[in-house]
Write a protein that binds this ligand. Structure first.
Ligand SMILES: [Zn+2]
Length: 154
């Protein structure tokens, strides 16, 4: 998405505005700090692998980074936003397996489980899991999310 003011300056990051601390553990659950994990990808750096893009998209859901979710979604399959649901709180991500999606690949798959808490529609709260196998493709040299091959939950 083109920005009217050109490149994003770090202090303008909507992610940081949402309260993510660069030195804190990354929301995606990796052992790395946010600033060395998903933050550079949120700030526009290409994801080095399909798994890294998947992680950055999960972190974007946690942090409410609509812009990153838009940019990292293939235009052919991208629904209209907004993508984040204010009533859904993401609790954790587990990468189950990956296939392809590396430096020499044009396609990749990432299977993951994401736990979340959301309203049950009757004033209560439920916790559940989203289990999905996602397909990613390289577009213009950058990994983008194409589609869910199968999923359950949400
Ligand atoms: Zn991360």
């Amino acid at each position: 998405m083109a920005r009217p003011d050109g490149a994003r300056r770090p202090q303008d990051s909507p992610v940081r505005a949402a309260g993510a601390q660069p030195a804190a553990p990354c929301p995606c659950g990796s052992p790395c700090a946010y600033r060395t994990c998903c933050e550079p990808i949120h700030d526009g750096a290409p994801a080095p692998s399909a798994e890294a893009l998947m992680r950055s998209r999960y972190s974007a859901f946690v942090l409410g980074d609509e812009d990153h979710l838009f940019r990292s979604w293939h235009p052919r399959t991208r629904p209209p936003g907004p993508y984040c649901h204010p009533g859904t709180q993401w609790l954790g991500l587990r990468i189950e397996s990956t296939a392809g999606g590396g430096p020499g690949d044009e396609e990749g798959e990432v299977s993951f489980t994401a736990r979340y808490r959301t309203g049950d529609g009757r004033g209560g709260v439920v916790e559940d899991e989203l289990v999905e196998r996602s397909r990613f493709v390289r577009r213009g040299g950058r990994w983008v999310y194409l589609e869910a091959l199968d999923h359950s939950g949400v």
